[in-house]
Design a protein around this ligand. Structure first.
Ligand code: SIN
Length: 182
C-alpha cells in the first residue's frame, strides 16, 4: 500500500481530540495490545500530588485494541510529531505498530504507549479504585471523569466495543449520580 505520510494510531484522547492536521482517518485495530486505565496523568487529568488515570496499551497476545488512525502528511510530520511528543510526554513513547484497517488492508504506523514501570505508571487496581481515582481527579485539561466519558462516547460512535472502558463508565456514572463534575 502506497502512503503519503505516517499513520498515527490513537486509542485514547487522540480518538476524540486529535488536534493534528491529517489527510485522512480510518478506524483501525492493533493486535497483541489491550487498552487499560493504568497510566497516571500528572499533567492533563490530574496534578503531580494527585494524578488522574488515563489509558495506555498493555501487551496481551490474546487481545486487540481498536481506535482511530490518522495519516499525517510528510510535509507536516516533523511539527505534528513534535506536538504529539510534547502532549504525550508523561511516560508515553512512540512505538512502531501494524495497523489493520476496519475497511480492509493494513499498514505500518506509530502509536504512543506508556510502558509498565515508567515514572507515571500506576498499573492495575480494582474497578472501584480506578473509578474513585477518576472521579476525584482534575487537571489542566479538565476533569478525569470527562476523559472517561468522552472516550466511551467516542468508542460507541465508532461501534468499538471495549468492556474495560464501558464497565468503568457505568460504575462512574452510577456512583456519581447527581454529583457528576461539570
Ligand atoms: C492516545 O490517545 O492514543 C494516547 C493516550 C491519550 O493521549 O489519551
Amino acid at each position: 500500500m502506497v502512503t503519503h505520510g505516517i499513520w498515527v494510531f490513537g486509542y485514547g484522547s487522540i480518538i476524540w481530540r486529535p488536534d493534528i492536521e491529517f489527510r485522512e482517518r480510518r478506524i483501525a485495530r492493533v493486535r497483541g495490545w489491550k487498552r487499560r486505565f493504568w497510566q497516571g496523568s500528572h499533567d492533563h487529568r490530574g496534578v503531580p500530588h494527585a494524578p488522574g488515570r488515563v489509558v495506555t496499551l498493555v501487551p496481551d497476545e490474546s487481545d486487540s485494541c481498536d481506535g482511530m488512525a490518522y495519516l499525517v502528511d510528510h510535509s507536516v510530520a516533523e511539527a505534528t510529531f513534535a506536538g504529539l511528543d510534547h502532549r504525550e510526554k508523561n511516560g508515553y513513547k512512540r512505538h512502531d505498530v501494524r495497523l489493520e484497517f476496519r475497511d480492509g488492508d493494513a499498514c505500518d504506523g506509530v502509536v504512543y504507549i506508556a510502558p509498565a514501570g515508567n515514572h507515571a505508571w500506576l498499573g492495575p487496581a480494582s474497578d472501584i479504585e480506578v473509578v474513585a481515582q477518576i472521579r476525584r481527579s482534575v487537571g489542566p485539561s479538565g476533569a478525569n471523569i470527562d476523559y472517561l466519558t468522552e472516550l466511551a462516547t467516542a468508542l460507541r460512535a465508532l461501534e468499538i466495543d471495549d468492556p474495560h472502558v464501558f464497565t468503568l463508565e457505568r460504575l462512574a456514572l452510577e456512583t456519581g449520580q447527581g454529583q457528576r463534575s461539570g
